[in-house]
Design a protein around this ligand. Structure first.
Ligand code: M6R
Length: 629
């Protein structure tokens, strides 16, 4: 989705803005622009396409001022074009906007009737006109913004400057995130901390309908009633180096390679060694209203308290989107098998409109890498309204979902920049495994043998992933031949069925192939008709209790001419003899097979897309964090 960077300080705003927008490129966009003070007025430059087009256009331009706003646009209203690119201007006002103004038609009509000259097809420009009308009368930028806030419906984060106020920036939001970075005599307003992380680690997260007004070095926050408020300053420990490619050709490849480390970081806080034996304890799950409160609890009290809370749930809903939904689908198997609690898995955009049965005995567990996905956030709000407990699994601490859920678990996977989610997925599956164990333990359903087996399997994962990373070289070569297929049918059973869906999603979003993920047992109910020699069958068939059944499905596909790529355990001679390509994963536990099987599929999608010349880190039409419905 759109990226926003605002800067007020002694450095050249143009450089800070371009640098910041580059850090947000991963979010996906189709045009870019900036408005920066120069000689006591605002100079605006916009360009369709990538940031390099904008950079080309501003070469040789001078910007002498100290205030500026910049934007990368992901089109919603109006085609991607220079004219629809931000910043938008009306009168003395320049503004950038992320999100959607739902009542834009009504506002447009009203503005037209009042004689406003509307230049673009966007909903964003209309907000500039509204602010401009009020600013002309009052010459009060903050007051004008406060007045128009009640007029706007939808999801938005907006930065506003006026061309006769070279040291004043006002910003507000309702929905998409907006964060204020506090630096030494300089301040930033960004849609994602990554845009300002090179300059400061201290951030203030705006809540919905709050406003920040920055005048010179003075930063003030206001609530929706116009009262000044104090906001907590959060100091982040992410470094700006973590969001560099560090020698890899792509962020996605780097993130695939980071998985041994990211999984170890996911596990570390929750496995403790007591009396020479390892145990699962879920720390910092809490169920306080503020994550900060939880930090002050000591580990043992925290775990005892957590168990008391976990034991009361009679029903669990896991709610998420995309890759996080597939991770959650694996979690359902873990929870039902280990903790014997009925668990439903829902796509967040469906959950919020289907009137699920929720009450105080229900836990709604949301999963989100970014913590900003609009539908997932709406699910949390709905669950809270209906009196259910909410627990979030997020990678980004202090994200909106993290802040709004009652309880919190963190992936600790480090920043994920590639639009295609990789290390977040494997960390999610790992954390769900731990969560199901903790749930089972709190209900006294976990034998120490099962606990030990799971922990042992999880602790082996980092080393086992190092082994499957060897498929990087394999697919760098194989991609050339795989390109010839017209489609890919991914299949699996049990916990490996969601792996099939995740594998297919990676291929769709990166290499733009038609790929489907299916439960292998469903093959005869339709998809078998698709199979011919142009169709690749990617079957996840590790050595588990469903092995024989999966092999039968594989034989059926082969008999119809399908070309078989199978993912199996070790050197399985039987699988090898049926398969055209065989991908071997190390012998593992049923609960960790899905993680090991996912890694070669990530590499396959990466190399197919790369060999076709596609932009792997920023696939077409996609955004990293989907902050609107
Ligand atoms: O940040 P989230 O985990 O909430 O994002 C959910 C999906 O948008 C995301 O997983 C998406 O499907 C990815 N592009 C998949 O690679």
């Amino acid at each position: 989705m759109c990226g926003i960077v605002g800067y007020l300080g002694p450095q050249n705003p143009k450089d800070i803005i371009i640098q910041g927008l580059k850090k947000l490129e991963y979010r996906g966009y189709d045009s870019a622009g900036l408005a920066v003070f120069d000689q006591n007025t605002v100079k605006r430059v916009r360009a369709e396409g990538k940031l390099k087009n904008l950079e080309e256009k501003i070469k040789g331009e001078t910007f002498t001022g100290h205030l500026g706003i910049g934007h990368t646009r992901w089109a919603t209203h109006g085609v991607p074009s220079e004219n629809n690119a931000h910043p938008h201007q009306a009168g003395k006002i320049s503004l950038v906007h992320n999100g959607i103004i739902e009542n834009y038609l009504e506002i447009r009509e009203e503005l037209k009737a009042a004689g406003a000259k509307i230049q673009s097809d966007t909903d964003s420009e209309l907000v500039a006109h509204l602010v401009s009308q009020l600013y002309e009368q009052s010459q009060d930028l903050l007051g004008s913004v406060q007045k128009i806030l009640s007029r706007l419906r939808g999801a938005f984060s907006i930065l506003v400057i006026a061309n006769d106020r070279p040291d004043e920036l006002v910003a507000f939001k309702d929905g998409p995130p907006l964060v204020v970075g506090l630096g030494e005599k300089q301040n930033f307003v960004v849609s994602d901390v990554q845009a300002a992380l090179a300059h400061t680690k201290n951030f203030v997260y705006l809540e919905d309908r709050e406003i920040v007004a920055i005048k010179g070095a003075d930063v003030k926050f206001y609530n929706s009633l116009g009262e000044t408020i104090n906001k907590p300053v959060i100091t982040l420990n992410w470094s700006s180096e973590q969001i560099e490619k560090q020698g890899y050709s792509h962020f996605m490849l780097k993130e695939i390679y980071e998985q041994p480390g990211s999984l170890a970081a996911t596990l570390a806080p929750h496995i403790v060694t007591l009396r020479a034996r390892s145990e699962v304890q879920l720390f910092k799950v809490g169920f306080g209203s503020q994550p900060q409160q939880l930090e002050s609890l000591n580990a043992e009290a925290d775990w005892a308290q957590t168990q008391k809370i976990l034991v009361q749930f009679e029903k669990i809903y896991i709610v998420a989107c995309g890759t996080s939904f597939y991770a959650g689908s694996i979690g359902k198997y873990f929870i039902e098998q280990l903790a014997q609690i009925s668990c439903e898995i829902d796509i967040a955009s469906e959950f919020r409109y289907r009137q699920p049965v929720l009450n105080s005995k229900t836990l709604v567990l949301t999963i989100s890498q970014s913590g900003e996905t609009a539908d997932t956030l709406a699910a949390i709000r709905l669950a809270k309204e209906k009196g259910a407990h909410t627990l979030s699994i997020c990678n980004v601490k202090n994200s909106t979902i993290d802040r709004e859920a009652h309880g919190h678990l963190y992936l600790n996977a480090g920043p994920e920049v590639g639009v295609a989610s990789t290390k977040a997925f494997t960390s999610m599956v790992t954390l769900l495994n731990l969560f199901a164990l903790a749930l089972a333990k709190s209900r006294k359903l976990l034998s120490s043998q099962t606990e030990e087996e799971h922990i042992h399997a999880l602790q082996q994962l980092p080393a086992q992933i190092e082994v499957v990373l060897g498929y990087d070289k394999y697919f760098a070569k194989a991609a050339e031949q795989l390109k010839a297929f017209k489609g890919f049918l991914y299949m699996g059973r049990g916990v490996n069925f969601p792996v099939a869906m995740e594998g297919a999603l990676k291929l769709k979003e990166l290499a733009y192939y038609h790929a489907e993920g299916y439960a292998a047992g469903e093959m005869k109910h339709g998809p078998l008709a698709l199979i011919d020699e142009k169709m690749a069958i990617v079957m996840i068939v590790p050595d588990d209790n469903l092995f024989e059944k999966s092999v039968s499905n594989l034989e059926e596909a082969k008999a119809r001419g399908g070309k078989i790529i199978s993912v199996g355990t070790g050197e399985n001679a039987r699988l090898k003899s049926i398969s055209d390509r065989y991908l071997s994963i190390p012998k593992a536990h049923w609960s960790t097979n899905p993680i090991l099987a996912t890694v070669p599929l990530q590499l396959m999608a990466f190399h197919l897309a790369d060999s076709l010349g596609y932009d792997v880190d920023q696939p077409r039409n996609l955004a990293k964090s989907v902050t609107v419905e």
